[in-house]
Design a protein around this ligand. Structure first.
Ligand SMILES: [Zn+2]
Length: 174
């Protein structure tokens, strides 16, 4: 998409814009991968404005924690946090050490880059159900998540469009 295409598409969008009513918000947080095949609004029957949607590579709960804290402690969301990982995820095909090597190869001789990227855990997914359960456990046990928050863990199948629930727990909080 060129700048011009963005501007043209947005002009049409804004011409028919329906500002979402704040009352639509269903007090929930969804965490998914950034994979373009994922559209949780469509896949979960949600409307624009009904959920807070956090995206990152793999749908990592650890990486989403900063946004979850803002949603809970600043915005006041206390509803369910649903974690979705998906089949055929890129994060199941690249390990943390491979990711670090890719970044280092792109910046040869830069010790500062190497040192910084070596501190980053890219949250490689070894086993999808296992990674969902580990993320549910992480949020359940995190002292930074509100006590009593319901956490659910799901797998989305990119081949069938179907979701399956693999875990559910209540956060123990601080
Ligand atoms: Zn993915």
């Amino acid at each position: 998409m060129s700048t011009e295409e963005f501007l043209q598409a947005n002009e049409q969008y804004a011409a028919n814009f329906n500002k979402p009513d704040r009352s639509l918000f269903k007090n929930m947080i969804i965490v998914t991968c950034m994979d373009p095949r994922l559209n949780p609004y469509e896949q979960l029957g949600l409307k624009f404005g009904e959920a807070i949607h956090i995206r990152n590579a793999g749908g990592s709960a650890k990486e989403a924690l900063r946004s979850i804290m803002v949603a809970q402690h600043f915005i006041g969301v206390n509803g369910t946090i649903s974690i979705f990982h998906h089949k055929d995820c890129g994060m199941s095909r690249v390990t943390t050490s491979q990711m670090r090597d890719l970044v280092k190869k792109a910046t040869p001789g830069r010790d500062d880059v190497a040192a910084e990227v070596d501190t980053i855990d890219f949250h490689h997914i070894v086993h999808i159900e296992g990674s969902v359960k580990a993320d549910v456990k992480f949020l359940t046990e995190s002292p930074l998540v509100l006590k009593g928050t319901k956490i659910t863990g799901w797998v989305y199948d990119v081949d069938t469009g179907k979701i399956s629930k693999v875990d559910e727990a209540i956060a123990v909080g601080a």
